[in-house]
Write a protein that binds this ligand. Structure first.
Ligand SMILES: [Zn+2]
Length: 381
């Protein structure tokens, strides 16, 4: 018989900010989580499926994929279109036209047009029907999810809390509540802003109301609060000049993909490999992630890039494939950077703690705890 379980997911809540949530900070069981490299597209499979990028099979949303690239038929003209359509809106408009039967919901806002012939979308969100790995949601059909559908950005959390409170009052025994506005508030306003701090205060109050409401209704129940990554204020931008400094990119030479804080490079011309390695080693703003660390974080698959590098805390590529401008705050820095680290907190009957908190130190460690709390899944023996 599974214990009644409430899961409160708070996007982008840094462990370092717990001091600003006095209610949550008072919970006895709290763990600091090192995230994996990358963004939510990979951190959610870590949290909810226990799968790192090597095991889930993708790293980032877009992957090098010449045979599946949405613009492969236009490959001959894309470089020219890219040069002619540099203005941002023209580029985005053309990208929409060229990919309108592809994935209109998943446009990379500032992807160079010439990359449409080389890269395709491989990373799927855990909640997307195309995501086919077992997760806490597929393994535990009794877990109700509060929907964020139809809610407008920045005003979602208050409505989600209302919907969650109603579900708890109606007797929900297993409930997942996504509180997702903090991430966008950070990107728009900075972590040091009043808007961020005001939202932390609201979150602390909502966490108290929902967890107390749930435990009052389900005295044997337990509550998990978790986040996927932290946030750091952006202090500067980096213009990537690898093509000016090394060689023109392209098939047969090398290709690269710059997300906001991450750089992935695929090398086809062996003569360029050494120059690119030296270029990254000498960079004053980025750290190449070497093989032992790639293995430790589950990004060892060579298809993810011959080179992967991460910018120093506070820096963002400008432009990057993701945006032409930089956000006020960002995540996706090295997982050992304190500001990037996430949290798991637990509350429930004494003696039922899920594990020793100090032993739970990575986002990858969360899935087994949630999975066990939700009880034996259909198909388990
Ligand atoms: Zn974000």
């Amino acid at each position: 018989m599974p214990a009644p379980t409430l899961i409160l997911f708070v996007d982008a809540l840094p462990f370092d900010d717990l001091g600003q949530l006095p209610g949550l900070n008072g919970w006895a069981w709290k763990a600091r989580l090192r995230p994996g490299f990358g963004y939510s597209i990979n951190l959610h499979p870590e949290l909810f499926c226990g799968l790192d990028p090597d095991r889930v099979g993708f790293f980032g949303e877009w992957a090098l994929d010449r045979t599946g690239a949405p613009g492969r038929r236009y490959r001959a003209v894309l470089p020219l279109l890219d040069r002619l359509c540099r203005p941002y809106l023209l580029n985005r408009g053309l990208q929409h036209l060229l990919t309108k039967r592809y994935r209109p919901d998943r446009i990379m806002p500032n992807l160079p047009l010439r990359w449409l012939g080389e890269f395709s979308i491989h990373g799927e969100k855990v909640e997307d029907p195309r995501f086919d790995r077992p997760s806490i949601f597929s393994r535990h059909p009794g877990l109700q999810r509060v929907s964020t559908a139809g809610l407008s950005k920045g005003a979602r959390d208050a409505r989600v809390v209302e919907r969650a409170a109603a579900a708890i009052a109606a007797g929900a025994e297993q409930l997942y509540v996504p509180l997702i506005d903090l991430d966008g508030i950070g990107h728009a306003h900075r972590r040091s802003s009043e808007a961020w701090q005001a939202h932390l205060a609201r979150l602390d109050a909502w966490i108290a109301v929902l967890s107390e409401g749930f435990l009052a209704r389900q005295p044997e129940g337990q509550v998990f609060v978790l986040s996927d990554h932290g946030m750091a204020d952006v202090t500067g931008s980096v213009e990537l000049r690898i093509e000016q400094d090394i060689a023109k990119a392209g098939p047969g030479r090398f290709l690269y993909f710059s997300d906001s804080t991450l750089l992935r490079i695929w090398v086809f011309d062996p003569d360029l490999g050494e120059a690119i390695a030296a270029y990254l080693d000498d960079s004053p703003v980025a750290t190449p992630i070497m093989q032992p660390e790639r293995e430790a974080y589950g990004i060892a698959n060579p298809a993810f890039g011959d080179f992967i590098a991460v910018l120093d805390e506070g820096l963002c590529f400008k432009p990057s494939t993701f945006a032409r401008n930089i956000p006020a705050a960002m995540h996706g820095y090295h997982p050992t950077v304190s500001s990037q680290q996430a949290l798991l907190a637990w509350r429930g009957p004494a003696g039922r703690e899920p594990a020793r908190a100090a032993a739970v130190d990575r986002t990858l460690a969360v899935f087994p705890l949630l999975d066990a709390a939700l009880g034996r899944a259909a198909g388990d023996r």
